[in-house]
Design a protein around this ligand. Sequence first.
Ligand SMILES: *Cc1c(COP(=O)(O)O)cnc(C)c1O
Length: 459
Amino acid sequence: MSSQSLKKHLERLDKKYLWHPFTQMKEWEKESPIIIIEGRGSFIKDISGRWYLDGVSSIWVTVHGHRKKEIDDAIKGQIEKVSHSTFLGLTHPPAIELAEKIITTINSSLVTRHSSLSRVFYSDNGSTAVEVALKMAFQYWKHIGVKSKTRFLSLNNAYHGDTIGAVSAGGMDMFHKVFSPLLFKTYKAPSPYCYRCEFGKEHPSCKLYCLKVMDGMMKRYHKEIAGLIIEPTVQGAGGMIVSPPGYLRGVRKLCSKYNVLMIADEVATGFGRTGKMFACEHEDVSPDILCVSKGITGGYLPLAATIATEEIYNAFLGEFKELKTFFHGHTYSGNPLACAAALANIEVFKKDKTLKMMQRKIEILEKGLTEIKKLPHVGNVRQKGFMIGIELVKNKKTKTPYPFEEKIGWNVCHKARAQGLLLRPLGNVIVLMPPLSISHDELEMLTCITASAIKEATG
Ligand SMILES: *Cc1c(COP(=O)(O)O)cnc(C)c1O
């Protein structure tokens, strides 16, 4: 079969049998999909032989590039031993070694508080890492005899995943509102979204007013609140909303002051994405529970971890009949292939000096973005390391958004695609999230094509 007829064949089957995530399938059926067959470094190739720069790291996961030899080899090596063995009642070397590696990495990255993060609980995606955190926090208070703490505090514009618990903690109306009858009630604190401040204030003269509001909520409800869940430094899916300096540290202080567990959802920000291993490092903060997933395997296989303090872990210890066991688990928890990939991924950070090499690249990105900032329909550019959101507006002066139906984000991404760059927007926000291994030249290509695509689509 020629590649052209193979493409046609696969396209027909895709449209006949598949239902894609976060996709209006009526539109999908009309379009000719890009069928990816190969990846290398920062690029992925479609079935027609065309290479694209992977501008969003295959939705925020690719770390050291596609086909990274060390990770390829680690997975192949593990396949030769065993591809899966359950973690319920058994254990295996890759999961054990990875747990130690995760804890030592955290300990060298985050400040150690009175009780440091020390216990790794595996699951297989970001949403489940969050579900685990919520259930752990909830049950922790039960176990230590505090009956009233049954609720959670989360933020407007938060995104913690798509399972029902994670959606309950979420704060994005577009994704979450229709499911409201299914959700448990959570308290919602303001989003630290300075460009569109909920209180019409300006940073820094606001003196972090949103924190004051959170303080007020905690003061009032702390007896009911088991935990606060937050995406540290960047609210990702909510639009790459970067919180102002001091905000995260302030949140940590409030949690300690009111005896509320701090759950850091670093599913997107973890593993180097913001220029440090974990985003919490930017403000010398250590959470009580940490959720990681996306970048943990370098973008190879589904794996997640929820990491708790020894204090939380200890609360679950008891006699068998006391039923203090944490009754939660997934069939593929701690899958050996995924753990082997994650171990290799973390080792490459050291070997390639990934975080050190990133610092210059962050500056190059910053420079490219200053040009983009000047464009007439670019309202706000937000950057934290390799997480970038470019918010497009109909009117720059009045900050009037483009109407949803105009699909401005998608239009920009279609223009970028035609120039060999793959992106996926968040509404009116263009997201740039390249692999951490991207080269200086490729970074320039990324910002140049983005600028040109924005000009074309908004011109
Ligand atoms: C992507 C994401 C999740 C959900 O992860 P999945 O693997 O898609 O379930 C949760 N929290 C944050 C911050 C994320 O970015």
